[in-house]
Design a protein around this ligand. Structure first.
Ligand code: CTP
Ligand code: CA
Length: 225
């Protein structure tokens, strides 16, 4: 039992959250992926649920159980993520893309495992669709939030990304901070808008980052039905 009643400020709103990595298979037993833990996306989804939203969580493979009280869809590839998110996003109010979508997939995934050879091999990769940009192209009244991890020129790059993808804001973080980002329980992010204006938040639990994200997104939801 919670000690304080949680304000139900997301009651009546639909929130879609993507989380975790994608896997892009080279053959049935090998894939390209990344170390995303899914914790950030799960925290956003749980915060939205507790504030009264109807939540769909679309997640890549992560070591986290299905949270109660929401629709959870487990996917592996970026193409599967795209299908699930676009379907859920059709009638959503707020869409939060925390998923670490692999930028490329194999042009042709082999259907059988290949034995190694002595020589070098190369893999032909093709770009995956940009799901956030696709949502942005038919944005309508939906609020779109992205995440970006940058190693340098973070504000400029995140603002350019938000503008290019027609996102309302992007939460920027850096891979180098201990205990934050990949796998950690905390995150230190800067909210970056398409015009380059930004607000740095202190280091917070991922849950608290999720709460602040939802509070920043809520005034952008248009009240007219
Ligand atoms: N994203 C997406 N579809 C992709 C790639 C990224 O929806 N194929 C989303 C991510 O979920 C994230 C945001 O876009 O919310 C920014 O991701 P990022 O990888 O930083 O953007 P990219 O455009 O892929 O840029 P980069 O070349 O820096 O990887
Ligand atoms: Ca990328």
């Amino acid at each position: 039992k919670l000690a304080h009643p949680v304000p139900q400020d997301y009651s009546g709103l639909r929130v879609v959250v993507s989380a975790g990595p994608t896997r892009e298979y080279l053959d049935p037993v090998r894939f390209i992926s990344n170390p995303s833990s899914g914790k950030m996306g799960f925290a956003v989804a749980e915060a939205a649920r507790d504030r009264g939203a109807a939540v769909t969580l679309v997640t890549g493979p992560v070591n986290l159980p299905d949270p109660a009280g929401m629709v959870v869809e487990r996917i592996e590839t970026a193409l599967e993520l795209r299908d699930a998110v676009l379907k859920a996003a059709a009638d959503a109010d707020v869409i939060v893309m925390t998923a670490a979508v692999a930028d490329y997939r194999a042009a042709e995934a082999k259907t059988e495992k290949e034995a190694k050879t002595a020589g070098e091999v190369s893999v032909h990769l093709v770009p995956n669709p940009d799901i956030l940009a696709e949502l942005g192209r038919s944005k309508g009244r939906r609020v779109l939030v992205g995440f970006a991890m940058e190693t340098h020129a973070g504000i400029e790059r995140a603002a350019a990304k938000a503008a290019r993808k027609n996102a309302d804001f992007i939460l920027l973080n850096y891979p180098t901070r201990e205990g934050t980002a990949f796998g950690g329980d905390d995150n230190q992010v800067t909210l970056v808008r398409p015009d380059g204006s930004h607000d740095a938040w202190p280091r917070l639990s991922k849950r608290e980052v999720g709460e602040r994200l939802l509070s920043a997104a809520l005034p952008l939801v248009s009240s007219d039905e």
